[in-house]
Design a protein around this ligand. Structure first.
Ligand code: ZN
Length: 365
């Protein structure tokens, strides 16, 4: 059926890779040349002209601008087909740094990377997103500052900032849109908040979209159609359609966590509806059900810990959750026809049991 399953947990490096595409927003043409130089598609001026269809003089001008910014350097002579050898251009990944923050419901990770997405400093901490934008972003900004100091880079070196949040985002403005678990964040201007501190492009997106894009970029670049399912506190889906993130009309595409999977009245979702996938199979739901049975579980990570310890009830619960998820995924497979489905998020760390259930569910449906 042209479908393969892969299981991966979220990699911060994926997030950084996704966010390390400099100057795209402000100088699209030079930025396009830069990404061709960076991925090796075209590394001489002549080849850049051929690949882009731009006039040689225009290419020369854009390359001069990249050289002046230090984003590219001349790496000496290259292969020649007669005449004098063309100068090879190389991407300078040390020309700046990228700041990233991965904000979850109750946990945050922040990092500084070079322009190829290699982490230079990182840290993680419990942080409640419900504290609101001012407190959370202040925490993020403080840690950005500390990490820059630690690696000895001034804030002028910051080329871009990438922020992932656990809710839908209007991508163009970088503002959250009615995010259900982020009180106080609706329509908050995150890019403007950072603009007073750094003169760098700020990209904000839903965490699942970022995971999907990171997975696609890092491991599946030749794949056109991919779904990334995040099973953490809740359940979400990032969609790569024809190589691009599909966001939908208001940034809420892929909200599979609120597809109804049972009519059982006692399964009430945090969204107010009855029987949502997330309320049956999400990490928070599993933790609460185990807690009712007397276990010390308050969040999805506690469920994973029990599974690792071999707790039979937790294992059965994760497997059942996988099966329910698989039944929903069977519908998305028919609808979207993906080449690859990647499953991530912290519950996915209990992978063999979750995946066994997903396989059962998807092939049974
Ligand atoms: Zn719901």
């Amino acid at each position: 059926m042209g479908l393969s399953f892969v299981l991966r947990t979220a990699l911060l490096s994926s997030l950084m890779e996704m966010k390390s595409q400099p100057v795209r927003a402000s100088r699209p043409s030079a930025g396009a040349l830069l990404s061709m130089i960076r991925d090796g598609t075209a590394v001489t001026r002549a080849r850049l002209a051929r690949e882009t269809g731009l006039a040689r003089s225009t290419v020369a001008q854009r390359v001069d601008a990249l050289l002046a910014q230090g984003l590219v350097h001349e790496a000496g002579g290259g292969a020649s087909t007669g005449g004098r050898p063309a100068t090879v251009l190389a991407f300078n990944h040390e020309a700046g740094v990228v700041l990233v923050a991965d904000l979850g419901a109750s946990h945050a990770r922040v990092a500084v990377s070079d322009l190829l997405g290699t982490p230079l400093a990182e840290r993680a901490s419990d942080l409640d997103i419900a504290l609101g934008p001012e407190k959370v972003l202040e925490w993020v900004s403080e840690h950005f500052g500390e990490m820059l100091e630690e690696i000895g880079r001034p804030s002028d070196d910051v080329r871009a900032i990438g922020i992932g949040v656990p809710g839908p985002v209007e991508y163009d403005s970088g503002r959250p849109v009615n995010p259900p678990i982020m009180p106080g964040w609706d329509d908050f201007p995150i890019p403007e908040w950072f603009a007073t501190r750094y003169s760098a492009a700020v990209l904000v997106d839903n965490d699942v979209n970022i995971m999907a894009r990171g997975e696609h970029w890092m491991h599946w670049r030749d794949t056109r159609h991919l779904l990334l399912i995040k099973v953490g506190t809740g359940i979400g889906c990032g969609i790569v359609a024809d190589g691009h993130i599909h966001r939908g009309a208001r940034g809420a595409a892929g909200d599979i966590g609120h597809i109804q999977v049972t009519r059982s009245e006692d399964v009430v979702c945090r969204c107010g509806n009855i029987g949502c996938l997330e309320a049956v199979a999400g990490g928070q739901a599993l933790a609460e059900r185990l807690a009712t049975a007397g276990e010390a579980t308050s969040r999805s990570r506690d469920v994973v810990r029990l599974v690792r310890e071999g707790h039979a009830g937790a294992i059965r619960m994760v497997r059942d959750a996988g099966r329910t998820l698989g039944e929903v995924l069977a519908g998305t497979v028919n609808f979207f026809n993906p080449e690859v489905i990647v499953i991530g998020g912290d519950v996915a760390e209990a992978h063999e049991h979750l995946l066994a259930g997903v396989r059962e569910g998807i092939f049974r449906a």
